[in-house]
Design a protein around this ligand. Sequence first.
Ligand code: EPZ
Length: 421
Amino acid sequence: MDKIVVKGGSSLSGEVKASGAKNAALPILASSLLADGTSTYRNVPDLVDVATMLKVLNTMGCEAERLTGRQKNVCQVTIAGPLTPEAPYELVKTMRASVLVLGPLVARYGRARVSMPGGCAIGARPIDQHLKGLKALGAEITLTEGYVEARAKHLKGATINFDLITVTGTENVMMAAVLAKGRTVLENCAREPEVEELAKVLNKMGARIEGAGTSVITIDGVDSLHPVEHSILPDRIEAGTLLVAAAISGGDVLVKHAVPEHLEPVLQKLREAGCTLTTENGGIRCKAPKTIHPVNITTTEHPGFPTDMQAQLMVLMCVANGTSVISENIFENRFMHVAELHRMGADITIQGPTAVVKGVKKLSGAPVMATDLRASASLILAGLRAEGRTEVARVYHLDRGYERLERKLRSLGADIRRVKA
Ligand code: EPZ
């Protein structure tokens, strides 16, 4: 098992490219199930989670692969002939986003057997809203031996009001509705850029979707879809993480391909913290301030402040000249990084969904343990600032969602390397 060793104190500078977005690539790969033929996706990040989705598709009988060499960021999915519409527990337990095959399978094959995703480090994460939407479209849903079984001769359009805003719930039901008879109206939808990107791909396949990116999405069902070629949008969370790396290391970094509109709530908080953010050369430049100011953060759904950037901004606040209050409203257990930051000398008090962060003069390097994807990134950021050596263990969490982060940081001047534990 690998670990990452960081020696703090280098201020980062230069340019780095943001990779394709994990949270767009996963639903888009699942959407390939909706059409026969070969779909080609470019700018697909080389991540463990993407490899898992390709495995899920291959297990059903698709030919899903990542190309090699100069085309290593290209994935192709070929569907030729009948599939076994099933996503096994062994795969779903490693990546709950595998549940995104449920909607496309029941829409296209009239049935699906998908392992119920269990709990996860950051929260219970039920899928009741996914199932509510599929039931409203006419699917018969049963739960047997830990598997969701969904069956429907024909899905029929309906009006569905989500009880709460869910990203993959919106995506799953949208992918089912594109082949349903008649019109579907989804209300209280997630407005994340990744939802909009999925709708863009589905419309390229021949679907008729309007309103993606807003809270009301209208879908007029069609009889069939065709495969597409598409290049995945840049990862706003990876880009945000790299901007925080510039800020916490006292550096000056240009993150190429980062889309300012997708990152506005994060840029706003970095500005409040004293950073200079400019849009240039098809990217975003972050120049760190001499002193980091405390800012308060409340995570909400897009276009509010993303929960996937909470841990990274918390680390920055650990070295601010004052006290910040961070409220996590999306996941009930997303402060696992706090105990590890305490080991590095951070002063953080948790009161339920709120963390009070008192800035300290310095952090000290220490052996720490990653507990989930974004927590692992936050510990590496803390290591960039800390005095001495930080060893981050269990970086398999990091590899699920960051494409060779340590290489990107090293290219900006960080003293960081991956070692076999
Ligand atoms: C997506 O997860 C992302 N994952 C997450 O990114 C991200 O943190 C999350 O959206 C919020 O932005 C992917 O896109 C693959 P939700 P998702 O359904 O769709 C509750 C990362 O770090 N809920 O929007 O699973 C749920 O428990 C990951 O890249 C229900 O109660 O999140 C949570 O509290 C982590 N019932 C809230 O809603 C449901 O049926 C929002 O969850 C669905 C969700």
